[in-house]
Design a protein around this ligand. Structure first.
Ligand code: SAH
Ligand code: F3S
Length: 482
């Protein structure tokens, strides 16, 4: 294998799986935790580490000294699951040399496959779904008595509000805060409602407290996480309700997403606030106006469109059509002209015609996204689409359409970065650049990565940087001398 290929492989591995570690010097047992998939999973792993640390486990990044290995898995697309199965194969030798090793699977794939996992993958001792992490110490104890252990119960209430996440593998500058769990949307392609259960919102006081503690510990950025943050509504706890359904008393204390954003932003003007993911059907002008009113709420919105064609959106059960989506884009541009916008796109969904595909291309040209995550449709068992429609777009066709989408996006990513050339931007420094020890990297409010010479600056600093060059992925600049 060439060095270059090796490097690429290393890079992609790091992207797929981040090892979470914290070094401690106790005689505790050792936990090795690996996370796949979305930010919510990484955030959940910090909760898992916290629960297990209470039970006497220290996290390690050394697989070979671990007593317990847990994979926090993703089920969103078929290839995410294949990656996990491949990783489990890697563990076979490990288990042979240490038969007492406990191997567990957490997260969405665990929830999706349940006991089938224990049947299919003999190596796995433990299966725990996203709402069952408080039971992990008991589940591990059960495995140690020689049984297999499983808890895949989904909850209407669990938000882990009282758990103080262990910020492992963190850069000490930015952190995730889960503000809600589950999803009630039932997009026809999506497995998440099946794997993460019903939507429920977390107590805003516990969210603000967590943000304040992070700030006091030197963190300068929090990202509020939920599958559909715009439908956040805390009324006292329990499953999602619409505002209309609340009692007078519940209405009195209810906090919606705009209210939550303002509360978190009020922690400090030096704390940047981000959030993901917004839902085009639910995003209100009130949220946009709150963003505009607070300079420390970052001017960046991830607004997944999935398709540019209204019929496809209808088959996807997304709850909006193209004009409604474009109306939200217009509202963002009107209320925050400096806001960056990114999206998710699925190509080759059931029955997608060439014309419908072209509508996605034209929507991309109309919006001009700063960034996009682009996927081929992957059929997921139990979803509405799997039951109702045929996955009938040929693989070569999906490849070709995806290529066209990626091509348009890379042009726009470059164009959007070029617009920043010559400007001075405020960068929150996150760390040392991957390419050179002499450079730092950080992000603008718009989530654009900026690389610039280190000089006397350090992670956590806000630096005014003048941008002089760019690629489609990165802005290059130099700090202004003050
Ligand atoms: N609301 C969520 C969406 C989670 S899934 C959030 O917080 O991001 C992330 C993205 O994966 C979706 O927006 C969609 O573009 C893509 N995706 C979901 N299911 C998929 C499937 N079956 N095939 C291909 N892509 C899928
Ligand atoms: Fe999935 Fe749609 Fe919810 S994409 S996570 S069902 S908003």
């Amino acid at each position: 294998m060439s060095n270059h290929t090796q490097e690429l492989l290393e890079e992609s591995r790091q992207g797929e799986a981040t090892l979470l570690n914290a070094i401690t010097a106790s005689g505790n047992r050792k936990l090795y935790l690996e996370s796949y998939g979305c930010q919510m999973n990484f955030s959940d792993s910090e909760i898992v580490a916290s629960i297990l640390s209470e039970a006497g486990y220290d996290t390690t990044k050394n697989l070979y000294e671990s007593d317990v290995v847990l994979l926090n898995t993703c089920a969103i697309r078929e290839n995410a699951e294949q990656r996990v199965r491949q990783r489990l194969k890697d563990f076979q030798g490990l288990k042979k040399s240490n038969p007492r090793l406990v191997v567990g699977v957490l997260g969405c794939m665990a929830e999706r496959l349940k006991e089938k996992f224990l049947e299919e993958e003999k190596l796995v001792d433990l299966v725990a779904g996203p709402d069952a992490y408080r039971a992990l110490p008991d589940l591990i104890a059960e495995v140690e008595t020689g049984q297999k252990a499983m808890n895949v119960l989904l909850s209407l209430e669990e938000t882990y509000a009282d758990i103080n996440p262990v910020r492992m593998g963190s850069n000490g500058v930015s952190a995730f805060i889960s503000i809600m769990r589950g999803c009630d949307n039932m997009c026809s392609f999506c497995v998440v409602p099946f794997t993460r259960g019903r939507e429920r919102s977390r107590d805003p006081e516990s969210i603000v407290k967590e943000a304040q503690e992070l700030f006091d510990n030197g963190f300068r950025e929090v990202t509020l996480l939920g599958q559909n943050v715009d439908s956040y509504l805390f009324y006292g706890g329990g499953p999602k309700k619409d505002f209309k359904q609340l009692s007078e008393e519940e209405k009195g204390r209810a906090v919606n997403f705009a209210g939550l954003l303002a509360k978190v932003a009020a922690v400090s003007p030096l704390l940047r606030v981000r959030f993901t993911t917004s839902n085009p059907g639910d995003m209100t002008d009130e949220v946009l106006e709150t963003m505009a009113a607070w300079p420390n709420i970052c001017k960046y919105i991830h607004l997944p469109v999935q398709s540019g064609n209204s019929d496809v959106l209808h088959r996807m059960n997304r709850g909006y059509d193209r004009p409604t989506y474009m109306n939200r884009i217009a509202a963002i541009r009107r209320i925050m002209p400096d806001c960056a916008i990114s999206t998710d796109i699925i190509t080759g969904f059931c029955g997608e015609t060439e014309e419908e595909h072209k509508d996605t291309l034209s929507l991309m040209q109309e919006v001009g996204y700063d960034y996009a995550y682009m996927f081929q449709y992957s059929e997921r068992p139990r979803t509405l689409a799997a039951r109702k429609f045929k996955d009938d777009v040929a693989q070569e066709e999906k490849n070709r359409r995806l290529k066209e989408i990626i091509q348009i996006q890379s042009e726009w990513s470059l164009k959007r970065n070029q617009e920043v050339l010559g400007q001075t931007v405020e960068v929150l420094v996150e760390g040392v650049s991957k390419k050179s020890e002499e450079d730092l990297f950080g992000r603008t409010s718009q989530y654009k990565v900026v690389v610039f010479p280190k000089e006397q600056f350090k992670p956590g600093d806000y630096v005014q940087v003048k941008v002089h060059d760019c690629t489609s992925a990165t802005l290059l600049g130099k700090a202004l001398t003050s």
